[in-house]
Design a protein around this ligand. Structure first.
Ligand SMILES: NC(=O)c1ccc[n+]([C@@H]2O[C@H](COP(=O)([O-])OP(=O)(O)OC[C@H]3O[C@@H](n4cnc5c(N)ncnc54)[C@H](O)[C@@H]3O)[C@@H](O)[C@H]2O)c1
Length: 289
């Protein structure tokens, strides 16, 4: 494992290709925000938990590139991934006469990323957006792949679109403020991908689990890079989302990875997504989940 935290992953999707930047401190690093589409206005969409922690840093950085930088803070929680919240994003865009070049920045976890991406897909038939994921789950999973959505009372993520971001910027520093339970949820995703397609990465996770739990930036950088840039993402790049969903996703959902991991650790699977992961790795005993 190289001794630095700077990582870059390319998602090859032809004219929809984009880069994932991974490092500690990117929110405040001017160069992380260069080369994005030019526009008169940028809109940061965040939530009431993440905004007070990180929106000012992002606003400062973006002000060097955009004449006007707006911030909209949404209420925090899955319960707000709704039409009403989506409408509040459109309200701000229209009230500020934002045109079709306006760039949206999704600063938060998967909820903010999904709803902001869907707003970007819809507003004026599509405006550019940038994912700035601040949970481990969002950095390794939801910010990459272009799935955007809101919920419907009938079911989660029922209304949405595939819409790729211009860039994904993963500031590892933001993971330091993540509640322990959210860190575990992200580690569950990391652990699932190792056994699915990348056994060398699986071995690395076993060896470096303590460093990940201690939020060591180098370990997190490597885990985010391997999860985003490993065989799973290569398949997205080569074949698009269809193959990923049809070929890997059923195995992913079936608990294939958990099973192999549990067998190695000599642990048993428990009911529930997070517990299935934490039991064999002993995260529960460590008081993390
Ligand atoms: N688009 C996809 O491919 C995809 C994939 C998986 C999940 N998802 C979606 O992602 C959502 C779940 O994402 P999530 O697990 O990130 O949950 P989340 O967005 O609700 O974030 C979890 C909690 O952590 C808080 N938080 C976020 N970053 C923080 C930080 N740096 N410091 C402190 N607190 C922070 C949030 O405010 C929230 O309270 C679901 O809606 C799910 O449907 C989408």
């Amino acid at each position: 494992m190289p001794h630095d935290t700077h990582r870059q992953v390319s998602i090859a999707l032809g004219d929809r290709s984009y880069a994932i930047s991974i490092d500690a401190g990117l929110l405040s690093l001017g160069s992380a925000w260069q080369g994005l589409p030019r526009a008169a206005t940028a809109l940061i969409v965040t939530n009431d938990t993440v905004g007070p922690l990180y929106a000012a840093d992002l606003q400062r950085s973006l002000s060097a590139h955009y004449p006007k930088v707006l911030t909209l803070s949404l209420p925090d929680g899955e319960a707000y991934k709704t039409w009403e919240t989506l409408q509040s994003i459109f309200d701000v865009l229209l009230e500020n006469a934002c045109d079709r070049k306006t760039v949206l920045f999704a600063l938060g976890g998967g909820v903010v990323g999904d709803i902001t991406g869907f707003a970007a897909a819809c507003y004026m038939r599509g405006v550019p957006f940038v994912q700035v994921p601040t949970t481990l789950l969002a950095q390794v999973d939801s910010s990459v792949g272009g799935k955007t959505a809101i919920n419907h009372p009938v079911g989660k993520n029922m209304i949405g679109a595939f819409y790729q971001p211009e860039r994904v910027v993963c500031d590892l520093h933001t993971l330091q403020s993540l509640p322990a339970r959210e860190l575990s949820a992200g580690l569950a995703e990391v652990i699932k991908y190792g056994p699915i397609a990348d056994m060398a990465f699986f071995d690395w996770i076993e060896t470096n689990l303590d460093a990940l739990l201690q939020r060591d930036p180098q370990a997190l950088a490597y885990a985010v890079q391997r999860t985003c840039g490993g065989p799973r993402r290569a398949r997205i790049g080569l074949a698009g989302d269809f193959e990923f969903r049809s070929h890997l996703w059923p195995r992913h959902r079936s608990g294939f990875g958990f099973w192999r991991m549990a067998a190695r650790r000599g642990g048993g699977l428990r009911h529930g997504h997070g517990r299935a992961v934490v039991s064999p790795f002993g995260l529960g005993r460590r008081g993390v989940y």
